[in-house]
Design a protein around this ligand. Structure first.
Ligand code: 13P
Ligand code: SF4
Length: 349
């Protein structure tokens, strides 16, 4: 649960001055390939104010790969996929963590580092997968399939995690399900990720019917049309996509996995053209790092991820809101499922 906390008021001068231009020159260099120069005066005063306030508050900004480039490259201290953000949130020693992603990511940060103040810039940054299942649904699945461990995607509420045996992300789901060494698992709530895990293991996977509203919109027809235009195109897809889309892909992996793939491809003398079958900002963020790689850019936006903005991050730090709180009883049980996943990742990396 997320609660608003009355906060400190702090003013910030948001004019685009010569000093602000100088202060943010390095940040602009990081995004010049994806943000037009004419737009920089809009972002720069917020970038400068946020970076100053972070130091005053002893705060760090953690940003998911789907955040817009001015957040991802200009104010974030740590960026990554859900797994990377959880691992880094656990290690963060700042007093305040501002999580720019969606609510389940902020709850996960609070679970793994409970003594920190965890803030989200917008209370409404949900997720269609997290909204597809309740704690009661998990209990009913357990009753229906007794003895099968409940493996839960991190894209869920703390209440759902609290009913689970172990959490997974798109980056470790296959490995963790294999490592459990059981013939059958209940895998919640992403039906397509569950099917992908089943296709990569010999474990029977009992799925739920949750879907990501962004990835379910891609079709195999889309991919074939891109390939017709360019037979050498490399197709990278997130495992939240439908199975027929994944069947057309050259690589299936988490957002961090896709970013690593492009990093490696960018080192080649003639890098391939790439399409990322995932959220829109991902290609912007990766392309800012590797301007020599050409991208085909389908643009499916996640409306929840896009609730975050520089003005909201500034307000979050000024007013110290919105603070993430989790019922202690729920948190204690949810933490066990998340920690099991992190322990697995630490021991195998
Ligand atoms: P990753 O963990 O791969 O970054 O995915 C998170 C997510 O919400 C994808 O839609
Ligand atoms: Fe949830 Fe899909 Fe948005 Fe990821 S992209 S946060 S899974 S709705």
């Amino acid at each position: 649960m997320l609660t608003e906390r009355p906060g400190l008021a702090a003013g910030a001068d948001l004019a685009y001055t010569r000093d602000v231009a100088l202060e943010t020159a390095d940040a602009f260099e990081r995004v010049r390939h994806v943000i037009p120069e004419v737009e920089w005066p809009i972002h720069a005063p917020f970038v400068a104010a946020i970076n100053r306030l972070k130091r005053e508050r002893n705060a760090v900004v953690l940003a998911h790969n789907y955040q817009v480039p001015e957040i991802f490259h200009c104010v974030a201290d740590i960026v990554g996929d859900s797994l990377g953000l959880a691992l880094d949130a656990a290690k963060a020693d700042a007093d305040v963590i501002v999580l720019c992603g969606v609510n389940f990511m902020a709850e996960t940060a609070k679970l793994v580092n409970p003594s920190k103040t965890v803030l989200v810039p917008d209370l409404e940054a949900g997720c269609s997968l997290a909204d597809s299942i309740t704690a009661r649904d998990v209990q009913l699945m357990r009753e229906r399939y007794p003895g099968a461990p409940v493996v839960t995607y991190v894209n869920t509420s703390a209440e759902v995690k609290a009913e689970s045996d172990i959490c997974v992300t798109s980056g470790n789901a296959v490995k963790i399900v294999n490592a459990l060494g059981v013939p059958r698992v209940i895998f919640l709530p992403d039906e397509y990720l569950a099917k992908y895990v089943a296709s990569q293991t010999s474990v029977e996977v009992v799925a739920w019917k949750g879907h990501c509203e962004v990835h379910e919109r891609f079709t195999a027809h889309d991919i074939r049309a891109y390939r017709e235009d360019d037979p050498n195109l490399v197709v990278l897809a997130h495992p939240e996509c439908p199975p027929e889309v994944l069947a057309e892909a050259d690589y299936v992996g988490s957002t961090a996995g896709m970013a690593r793939y492009v990093e490696e491809a960018a080192r080649r003398e003639h890098p391939p053209r790439v399409v990322m079958i995932t959220e829109c900002s991902m290609a912007d963020n990766v392309s800012a790092l590797h301007p020599n790689v050409e991208f085909v850019r389908p643009c499916n936006l996640c409306p929840h991820m896009k609730r975050n903005s520089l003005p909201k991050i500034l307000r979050s730090l000024q007013e110290m809101k919105y603070e993430v709180t989790i019922d202690p009883g729920v948190a204690a049980r949810a933490r066990v499922a998340v920690e099991r996943m992190l322990e697995y990742s630490r021991s195998t990396s």
